[in-house]
Structure formats: C-alpha cells, structure tokens
Design a binder for this molecule. Structure first.
Ligand code: GLA
Length: 403
C-alpha cells in the first residue's frame, strides 16, 4: 500500500465514524427533529403592540367588530404609535373541520372569511393575528384546537396572510408543552411566512426557561382580570422571569385591561407604566371604538410607549419594596434609566430613589423627565429624588445622565 492510499483509507474510516456518531445523537433525541431548529422569524424585536378581542368581547366577535376596530386604531392615531396587530382570539371558527380537515371560519360571524379580513387589515397598514390551541379544542370548547393538525393549520394561516398566532393550552393530551409548542413553531417555520408566535401556556411549566427557543413571547401567568389585585399580582409573577426576556423573546403578563371600566385612571396608568417598563406586549384589551379620551391618553402616551419599545430590550425589574411602596427600574438605550415609583398602599406617601440604586453615579447630574406630567422635573439633579405618590398611582421618570 502506498502512503497516499493509506492516508485516504484512514480518512474514509474517520468520516464514517463521524457520520455514525452524528446519526446516533439524532436518533437519541426522543423529541424528534422539530425541536432542533433555530427560531429565525425575525419578528418581535421589540414587544408586540396591538389589540386583542378577548378581554372585552370574549366570544362575542365577528368580522364587523374586527374591521371597525382596525379602523378605530387608525383614526385614533394608535396605529401610528405602533399598535399594529389586530388579534382575533377564541371563537372565530366552526366547531368542526371541513372534510379535508381544514379549520373553517364561522359562517354566521365571519362570512367573508379570514383571508378577506387580512386583506382589509393589511390595506390599512396593520397586521392580522389569530388564535388556536395546542390541544383538541380551544379553551371556549367552541372550536377545534390544532393538536395533530399543526402543519395543516400553519399552512392555512399562512395562506390567509396571518401575521401573529396566539397558541393556547387547553384540552391537550397530557404531553409536555415543550413538545406541543415546538411542533407548531416548527410548522410555522416550515411555511416560511414570518408569523409572530405567542405561546400561551400560562407559566405552568416555567416557559421563560424554554419558550424563547420556539416563540416570540410566552405568558407567565393565568388570565388577567380588570382589578388592581390581579394586575399587581401578575406584575410580581412576571417580574421573576425578567432575565429571560430580550429582543425577539418576551415575557407576557397578559393583555391590557386599560379602558375596561373596573379600575381607576390612576390604577390604569400604573398598569400601563409597569407593563411598559417590563417590556410586556402592549395589546389593548378594551373596545377601541368607544374608548374615552382619558383611556386614549393613557394608551397613547408616546413617551411611555417608547420605554416599552426601547431598542435595548431589557426588562425592567422591581428593585425595592417596603410597606407597599415600590421602586421599579431598568436600563434604556443611550445610558438612560427608566424608574417607576409605585404606591400599592392605601394612602398617599413619599417614595425616594437614589441614583446609585438604579445604576447611576450619585455625583453626576441627571436630566429628570416625568412621563405622565410630560415635563422636566430637573435638568441637573444629583443623588436622587423624592416624590409624593397617591394610592395605587405611580410616577414614571426617564433619567438621562447630563454630561
Ligand atoms: C385562555 C387564555 C385567554 C383567552 C381564553 C380564550 O384562558 O389564557 O387569554 O385566550 O383562553 O378562551
């Protein structure tokens, strides 16, 4: 044997061995190929913004409601501020699939079909979202879920021009959510359309730890209610998972209740401020068509929205809490810091924050902007500040180092 032949033979042996071990690794992955891919849909680089039908309408939805809401998002100026996704939640489909196994829009409420609705919404510069479930039926039990039909439904959604999928967790087969949510993620990946994938697993199996490889957002809690107790307890729960969020992958403490009527304006302002700081999806949950001027002023505060949409994409956290008086803070781009002083107690109280505890030098002067008052508190403030905050109200500031 010549030396060249020997080297060639050895090389073939090494190559065969490598191929064998790779295939061993593959077959030892019990979850299959659909968990082994890169989520590369490019969407949700900042938290998604828009509207969703559930909090206000539950199952009482139809195409007219969706179309007029899209119109209202445009006419109120909310769309121009970033509220782009018009999301249909549960109850949009017939109870059974057609003879080919396809989901069918409910003919009594969506007679023109979902494709026509997507065209309508797209023509206004908006995007259309839809809802399904990683189980046999959705939570309302009024329509089928996508379990076992992942690829077929993903193709249907793509053909209709869907831009966002909220994928719920009711009535499944007991298998791991990691499997069920990965399957739909892979199906969406295969259809090729960039569809924002919102995992609605309610935080049960700690999705912050795994959902970022499959989806663009994941619910961290059960359903929100239009009460102060619900909003504050959800904020605390969502806060635990802050370090897992980032561009393209967000903790989702559920949709907004602002404007639904059961909380005070101060409570709604606090709800909106904390959601913005936590980089939560900002999905309006009220009837935009009849929203009051005050509701629109809250949802339309551009400076608070900018906190949420900041390109740095770091979730703000609770950094101090005593007797219901809290400081929440987070870094923003250009070395700025956002601070929320939140009063969860029943009486008006002073809350103080020091620059050092929010990561700024106590000695360097800072520009302090109050985002609800829409005014500058100071153009050169050192050490920290104290503000009096009404019960269930908050202050939200941006601190900009002035050097
Ligand atoms: C679950 C979800 C809600 C909503 C309903 C619809 O409860 O968490 O956000 O989608 O289902 O039935």
């Amino acid at each position: 044997m010549t030396l060249g032949f020997r080297i060639g033979f050895l090389l073939v042996l090494v190559l065969c061995f490598c191929k064998f071990t790779v295939s061993m690794n593959h077959s030892s992955n019990s979850r299959g190929d659909y968990t082994q891919f890169l989520l590369s849909n490019g969407v949700g680089r900042t938290p998604p913004m828009g509207w969703n039908s559930w909090n206000h309408f539950q199952c009482n939805i139809d195409e007219w409601t969706v179309k007029t809401t899209a119109d209202a998002l445009v006419s109120t100026g909310l769309a121009a501020l970033g509220y782009k996704y018009v999301n249909i939640d549960d109850c949009w489909a017939e109870e059974s699939r057609d003879w080919k196994g396809n989901l069918r829009p409910k003919s009594s409420t969506f007679p023109s079909g979902i494709k026509a609705l997507a065209d309508y919404v797209h023509a206004r510069g908006l995007k259309l979202g839809i809802y399904s479930d990683a189980g046999y039926t959705t939570c309302s039990k009024k329509m089928p879920g996508s379990l076992g039909h992942e690829q077929q439904d993903a193709s249907t959604f793509a053909q209709w021009g869907i831009d966002y999928l909220k994928y719920d967790n009711c009535y499944h087969d007991g298998s791991a959510p990691q499997d069920r949510y990965a399957k739909m993620s892979y199906a969406l990946h295969k259809v090729g359309r960039p569809i924002l994938y919102s995992i609605c697993e309610w935080g049960e199996e700690y999705p912050a730890k795994w959902a970022g490889q499959y989806g663009n957002a994941w619910r961290t809690t059960g359903d929100i209610k239009d009460t102060w107790e619900s909003v504050t307890s959800i904020a605390d729960e969502n806060n635990r998972w802050g370090r897992y969020a980032g561009p393209g992958r967000w903790n989702d403490p559920d949709m907004l209740e602002v404007g639904n009527g059961e909380m005070t304006l101060e409570e709604y302002r606090s709800h909106f401020s904390i959601w913005a700081l936590m980089k939560a999806p900002l999905l309006i949950g009220c009837d935009v068509r009849s929203a009051s001027r005050q509701t629109l002023r809250i949802l339309g505060n551009k400076e608070v929205i900018d906190v949420n949409q900041d390109p740095l994409g770091v979730q703000g956290r609770k950094i101090r809490s005593k007797a219901g008086l809290e400081i929440w803070a987070g870094p923003l781009s250009r070395k700025r810091v956002v601070v929320v002083l939140l009063n969860r107690s029943g009486s008006r109280a002073p809350i103080s924050v020091g620059w050092r505890e929010v990561g700024l030098s106590p000695y360097s002067p800072v520009i302090v902007r109050d985002l609800w008052a829409r005014s500058f508190v100071s153009m050169s403030k050192r050490y920290g500040l104290t503000a009096y905050v009404a019960p269930h109200a908050c202050k939200i500031y941006i601190l900009t180092p002035n050097s």
